[in-house]
Design a protein around this ligand. Structure first.
Ligand SMILES: NC(=O)C1=CN([C@@H]2O[C@H](COP(=O)(O)OP(=O)(O)OC[C@H]3O[C@@H](n4cnc5c(N)ncnc54)[C@H](OP(=O)(O)O)[C@@H]3O)[C@@H](O)[C@H]2O)C=CC1
Ligand SMILES: CCCCCCCCCCCCCCCC(=O)[C@@H](N)CO
Length: 331
């Protein structure tokens, strides 16, 4: 008679079962539950939709059959964007000229546009400079547009979004454009990084408040992206900002738009855009919501190693800063 395999297996069994049990627990606890957010036939409202990443997103959403509204300050650039999107897709987008710093103007535009299903808060300004050299006016400019402007948009759109989500039974989305400089502070970006980090607190708290209304919040974290805004920024960016931002590979606006829209559709809270961005997102996962089991697993298993990688990057950056200063002294 063959010996029973049980006596050998029994001490090993719990050991083998532990990872499976852990994975099951993780799959059970991830919140909010992931949903698919449809784009076709829905109203997508994009601030800063007349240029760069916002324009690429507007074009993509129009291609996918959404009704698209874009908002920005310059009426001329809005008209040009509308023409370019019509040429590329045959679709007409609605345009709204308003400054996001003006809460009333934003509320009027949002009301005129009609209830929104997917709100993309994408507008933003970036004028890098060492804080000591930067005027407070410029700091205020960035905070007022990049942070307060987002509050104005969300406050204006939320009531009708809630009603619409309830009436249609379809999940809605509020997406916020941050930056990798909103995950790690970067030389030359004191005001910009502050304005972008702040959005994370806003987004995490907001997700708690709107989940019961079937609204999902997404934060998008692009690296340097080839856009008209970036071309302007690049002219005046301090050397060290260029070097440190270069740690993450640059992207095209269309590719960022694709990543962003896919992230929005699968209701991801954190949406990284490139490989470095995925590492950065694991290293800075903190207490953010996570609806993907696989990403949650990568975060839990990768935490220690990614912290180590983060320290290596900081070591590198501080060495570069030190070298840059000693080179300047010798010149
Ligand atoms: N390009 C990059 O390297 C990166 C960009 N980002 C972020 O992505 C977003 C888009 O950037 P990008 O496409 O490069 O920017 P662009 O400068 O190319 O476009 C910015 C858009 O925002 C609008 N906008 C700016 N200020 C206001 C305002 N006060 N009121 C209303 N609309 C406004 C602009 O229109 P108008 O001027 O007519 O108002 C324009 O449509 C920003 O939030 C930026 O911080 C994040 C990481 C990297
Ligand atoms: C585990 C560790 C992972 C490490 C990877 C780190 C890479 C960080 C680089 C920071 C890049 C900041 C770009 C800001 C772009 C931007 O917002 C401006 N162009 C303004 O628009």
């Amino acid at each position: 008679m063959a010996p029973s395999p049980l006596p050998i297996a029994s001490p090993l069994l719990p050991l083998l079962m532990a990872p499976v049990a852990f994975a099951a627990v993780l799959a059970f606890i991830v919140r909010p539950r992931s949903v698919r957010i449809p784009i076709k036939g829905r109203h997508v409202f994009i601030s800063g939709g007349s240029s760069g990443i916002g324009l690429a997103l507007a074009r993509l959403a129009a291609t996918e059959g959404a009704r698209v509204s874009i908002l920005a300050r310059s009426a001329v650039r809005l008209q040009e964007a509308r023409d370019a999107i019509r040429l590329a897709t045959g679709v007409d987008v609605a345009i709204f000229s308003a400054d996001v710093r003006d809460a009333d103007a934003v509320a009027n535009a949002v009301e005129e546009a009609g209830p929104v299903d997917v709100l993309v808060c994408n507008h933003g300004v970036f004028t890098p400079q060492e804080l000591e050299k930067q005027d407070l006016e410029e700091v205020r400019f960035m905070v007022e547009i990049n942070l307060m402007g987002i509050f104005h948009l969300i406050k204006a759109a939320l009531p009708a979004m809630k009603q619409r989500a309830k009436a249609t039974g379809l999940p809605a989305s509020i997406a916020i454009m941050s930056s990798q400089a909103g995950q790690v502070g970067v030389y030359g970006y004191t005001a910009y990084s502050a304005s972008k980090f702040a959005l994370r607190g806003l987004a995490e708290a907001l997700q708690h408040e709107v989940i019961a209304h079937n609204i999902h919040v997404s934060m998008i974290f692009p690296p340097d992206t080839d856009t008209p805004g970036f071309a302007e920024e690049h002219k005046r960016r301090p050397d060290l900002t260029n070097i440190i931002a270069g740690s993450s590979g640059g992207m095209k606006a269309d590719d960022v738009a694709k990543k962003a829209l896919n992230g929005i559709k699968s209701s991801m809270f954190i949406v990284p855009c490139n490989f470095e961005g995925s590492m950065l997102s694991i290293a800075t996962a903190g207490l953010s919501p996570q609806s993907s089991f696989f990403t949650a697993l990568a975060e839990v298993l990768g935490a220690g190693f990614m912290r180590f990688m983060g320290l290596c990057f900081q070591w590198n950056w501080f060495s570069l800063i030190e070298k840059w200063h000693s080179k300047k002294k010798n010149m």
